[in-house]
Design a protein around this ligand. Sequence first.
Ligand SMILES: Nc1ncnc2c1ncn2[C@@H]1O[C@H](COP(=O)(O)OP(=O)(O)OP(=O)(O)O)[C@@H](O)[C@H]1O
Length: 242
Amino acid sequence: MSTPVMIEADGLCKQFGSFLAVRDVSFSIPKGQVVAFLGPNGAGKTTTMRLLTGFVAPTHGSARIAGINVQENRIEAAERLGYLPENGPLYTDMTPIGLLRFFGAARGLSGSRLADRIAAVVDQCSLSTVAHKAIGKLSKGYRQRVSMAQAILHDPDVLIMDEPTSGLDPNQIRGVRALIRDLGKTKTVLVSTHILQEVEPIAGRVLFIHDGKIVFDGAPADLARKSGTLEEAFYSLTSQPV
Ligand SMILES: Nc1ncnc2c1ncn2[C@@H]1O[C@H](COP(=O)(O)OP(=O)(O)OP(=O)(O)O)[C@@H](O)[C@H]1O
């Protein structure tokens, strides 16, 4: 039996006015893969992720999560998907527990199932010491963990994370990377970054986007081999307009 495709972009295009931000992006990610979505600032990572999650409608093309078309069946797709937006949806007056109860109820969880899932994500994201503190008083690293916890609360098969380590210090980055690796054992993950050093420790495959187009799709080692180092490959792929 072949491995099911869990994340699929099929000819995705997104135009803002006369500007084409995402240009005919196609890829498919099979179950269990952890993929880094790499590209310089403004390359189109966030827009592609928003197309994949159904938050933004494509100008052309389609996206599927676990085989479900995200535009046609957004709610059904959302049940299979955890999304960590770039600046997570955090309400600073709430505590992590309050926020998780709020998101859990919004996703239809209740009673012992909700309590069990909250306990599981608090443990998985190492939030027990801050669970009852106001989110506004937490460090950026802990806030990122709270965002992760809300993204995986309903135990989705697929995780899409937009720059989860941005703005964190090296120790916090280590912690978030370890968490991504752990989540990657059971879930299909697409994680965006513009940081090269990020790619090899977390992902077995890299999708490189530049000027809204996929310019490389393969193993990080093969990307490095193209130009000697990952840094050279990044430069050579982004120094010319597509
Ligand atoms: N709502 C919008 N209206 C107009 N232009 C937009 C809109 N959203 C994004 N863009 C433009 O589309 C391009 C791609 O942006 P996007 O945020 O997807 O890039 P990115 O790769 O995620 O960048 P970063 O790493 O800086 O977050 C940029 O030029 C951006 O200015």
